[in-house]
Design a binder for this molecule. Sequence first.
Ligand SMILES: *Cc1c(COP(=O)(O)O)cnc(C)c1O
Length: 413
Amino acid sequence: MPYWMKLMENAKERPLSTEKINWKELESKVFMPVFKRIPVTLVRGKGTKVWDDTGKEYLDFVAGIAVTSLGHCHPVLVKALKKQAGTLIQTSNLFYTIPQLQLAELLVKTSCLDYAFISNSGTEAVEGAIKLARRYGKVKLDGAYEIITTMNSFHGRTLAATAATGQNKMQEPYTPLPTGFVNVPFNDIEAIKNATTRITCAVMLEPVQGEGGVNVPADDYLKKVRAWCDEKGILLILDEVQTGIGRCGSLYAHELFGVEPDIMTLAKGLGGGVPIGAFLAKESACVFKKGEHGGTFVGNPLVCAAAFAVLSYILDKKIPEHAAKMGVYLEDGLKKLAAKHDVITEIRGKGLLIAVKFKSEIAEQVLLACLENGLLVNNVKLDAIRLMPALNVTKKDIDKALAILDKVLQERR
Ligand SMILES: *Cc1c(COP(=O)(O)O)cnc(C)c1O
């Protein structure tokens, strides 16, 4: 008898029963042990608040890792999902569908790029950007295929994105990785120049490194990289999966640095919580032909309707401007805390993507103490926490988060 039939016959063993379940224990039995989780099971969210399975409330300054840009279950997102869920969910890309094209049009009209492709995640957006750069190399650059990326970057978990990610600990378990990537130090134009050869087809960077610890480059770094790419005729890919869609206080972070990419990737904040990504390209870089890229789910009506509603709202309400203001307010507050607590050594970031660096490796302790006090933060490094609340966060929320952080650091003394 197949396993599933046995299980259905023995009703007592059925999963999802209503009795009290220890979710941590269940995870250890059935889910692959890849996540180092914080010991909290979240069950509900509204705006900047979430609740766990014991009913405890938290102020959420993680926001699904810079994803729930309008807060949890924003009415605009919920309404769009409900409407589309009752209309059309999945068709494959054998057919035209309307939400996909509306989203692509909005993305193209509000950016310096000409064509969009919708994907399911950030790593898939990056994978698509890599494939497009390779096609460009093959068609326009005499077969050049190598992509220069930076150390401490993060580009995703697929094999090519892992090869692009300049972090040894992520690469080492999976060697041999796809070839064609060189990792050089971030914020170092000479390193990029020295790594450029006749097989280089592109440079790929995050305008601000997110997972690497919120590392902001010098103001003129991206401009210098842009000029170098132009001089050499190679592509500049900006990975804005984390920095895009208002996170850094402008719709795209590259606008803050006064450069335009040839290819840009997006994901995290794009759908306000639904899994979606995208990559966009200038007409000159868009060398794909029919059949050269695709996907079953990519750009399906459900997620595209959600992202279209979220992005429209973000634009209508000028949310990037609000994020810029709230970013300054949060940073000022954190600087006041830094003046009071000498365990804080640096505040760095752009807009609502901010890291607080400590003198020693206490990020996890600080995270757990914040948790205890009803605040979710992320320990992006052993010695730094990252704050990335919803983009429509209020001063009141920020004051509350700062008060909890102040208390936590006070009690550590
Ligand atoms: C999170 C992230 C990715 C990967 O996105 P997933 O949706 O997790 O695959 C890629 N690039 C950057 C810059 C990211 O922050």
